[in-house]
Write a protein that binds this ligand. Structure first.
Ligand code: ADP
Length: 453
């Protein structure tokens, strides 16, 4: 069976409530009105009988018209039930035994009526009975009319309640419909570009629709970033792979001397190293994204670590660039040693990479209040104003940084630096002037583990 929609269900509940309340009011009204009409008739009957009884008691002559007053038919009987004057309507027989028990509701031959008997002691000591009969059709007609009008009124009310309720529900639930349609369209078209864009209103459903739009924004950005990442990663891997392929082809078909073979093998080795570096960076980034990158916070001698890395870097670089250090001793911080090393190496590598002939690098380490400040300053090519915010993006490389003897940098280093800084509850920023050099400053609290998540 087809499920009813929510708006139909709510409208039905609402209409049922209206029907219930209407019928309750209708019932109470009917009972009250019928009761008051009955009371009225009973009073009418007893008043007419009492008046006639008074006349009979005075032994006055009773004209015929006096036996019929306000719709009440009356008759006078002797003590044995024999009719003296008047006549009983519908041949209702006189009760053989009269009793003074107020107004009674009786039925005879399908005729319903009120009956009232009154005992009268005559002046001469005799006893007679005055009987009054009032047909009860009058109040039935009134009740029937009332019933009819009430039913029409209730019917109109139900129609208005149903139509009004359905309209209100449709309006109130329209954001939900839009959310459902948008979600359906996204599923069908696989296009995350669509939005509900409901605007106006600030009720729960409007807020839900707006939150849904915000969530779609987030998902779209995330999916785009993922797609971009995959495409950039494959692009970066394609270059070394095609160089390796062509070197292998050359070795197979054309290289004839050991020297040529060695040269090609060296090229293959170089490309493989680049690929390996890139793959390990990609793995690190994927672990960072997934949150599976384990961080080991422990008390670390940052001064010693920085000095060690600087010495190592000086040793492995065959370049005209000189590296100077200005490292304050005994600066300890609770940090992940491996991650902090990675950050320092990245910054120093960049300072070498983007430096000029006979350029200079100054690595400084100091502490301030409860924080550690590391600065890596170079006299290199610098970064343009325009590129300054972009260097933190994945795979971004400024054109001026693309050199023919590219060492396989894929533009992932600084995005990792930023992630590591964030995980240490620190911040990293850059000051740079194109053609003059750059300074990267990393600041983090000594007890970053307290805030680390
Ligand atoms: P890459 O692997 O290309 O070095 P990074 O993420 O480390 O990737 O750096 C991104 C870009 O930022 C570099 O390609 C370069 O254009 C710029 N950059 C980084 N460090 C420096 C620097 N010290 N001097 C000038 N430009 C820099």
């Amino acid at each position: 069976m087809k499920q009813l929609s929510v708006k139909l269900k709510i409208t039905l509940c609402y209409v049922l409530c209206v029907v219930f309340v209407s019928f309750a009011v209708f019932f109470i009204m009917n009972v009250t009105i019928t009761r008051s009409v009955e009371k009225n008739m009973e009073m009418q009957l007893s008043r007419s009988v009492d008046m006639l009884a008074k006349r009979v008691a005075d032994m006055r002559k009773i004209p015929d018209f006096e036996l019929f007053r306000d719709g009440v038919q009356m008759a006078v009987y002797d003590e044995n039930g024999n009719l003296i004057i008047g006549h009983a309507p519908f041949e209702i027989p006189a009760s053989s035994e009269f009793a003074e028990n107020g107004v009674q509701k009786n039925k005879y031959n399908e005729n319903k009526f009120y009956e009232y008997n009154k005992k009268v002691i005559l002046k001469n000591g005799g006893v007679v009975w005055v009987k009054g009969i009032l047909l009860s059709n009058g109040e039935n007609i009134f009740a029937k009319q009332m019933f009819k009008y009430n039913l029409i009124f209730i019917f109109i009310m139900i129609i208005i309640a149903a139509a009004g309720g359905y309209y209100m529900m449709s309006k109130t639930l329209s954001p939900v419909d839009k959310i459902q349609k948008t979600a359906q369209n996204i599923i069908k078209s696989k296009d995350l570009n669509q939005r509900i864009k409901i605007g106006g209103g600030n009720d729960e459903f409007h807020r839900l629709a707006n939150t849904f739009d915000e969530m779609l924004d987030e998902i779209e950005t995330y999916v785009k970033r993922e797609q971009q990442f995959t495409s950039d990663a494959s692009h970066e891997l394609r270059t070394p792979v095609s160089v390796i392929m062509s070197e292998c082809e050359y070795m197979e078909n054309y290289a004839s001397t050991v020297g040529e073979l060695k040269e090609s093998a060296a090229s293959v080795k170089n490309q493989t190293q680049k690929m390996s570096k890139l793959i390990s960076e990609l793995l690190a980034i994927s672990r960072m994204d997934k949150g599976t990158q384990q961080l080991n916070f422990e008390k670390t001698d940052i001064s010693e670590l920085t000095a060690l890395i600087c010495a190592e870097q000086k040793q492995i670089r065959e370049t005209s660039v000189t590296l100077e250090t200005n490292i304050a001793p005994d600066i300890f911080a609770v940090a992940d040693e491996m991650m902090i090393s990675r950050l320092i190496i990245n910054l120093i590598s960049n300072a070498y990479k983007y430096n000029k002939e006979n350029g200079k690098i100054i690595v400084s380490l100091s502490e301030e209040n409860d924080g550690v400040i590391l600065s890596v300053k170079d006299s290199g090519i610098g970064i343009s104003e325009e590129n300054m915010p972009k260097i933190w993006e994945r795979f971004f490389r400024a054109d001026e940084a693309r050199t023919p003897n590219d060492d396989g940098s894929a533009g992932l280093g600084l995005s990792m630096v930023k992630w590591i800084a964030k995980k240490h509850h620190g911040k990293v920023c850059v000051k740079s002037e194109l053609g003059q050099g750059s300074e990267f400053i990393f600041e983090f609290p000594k007890h970053s583990e307290l805030a680390a998540v």
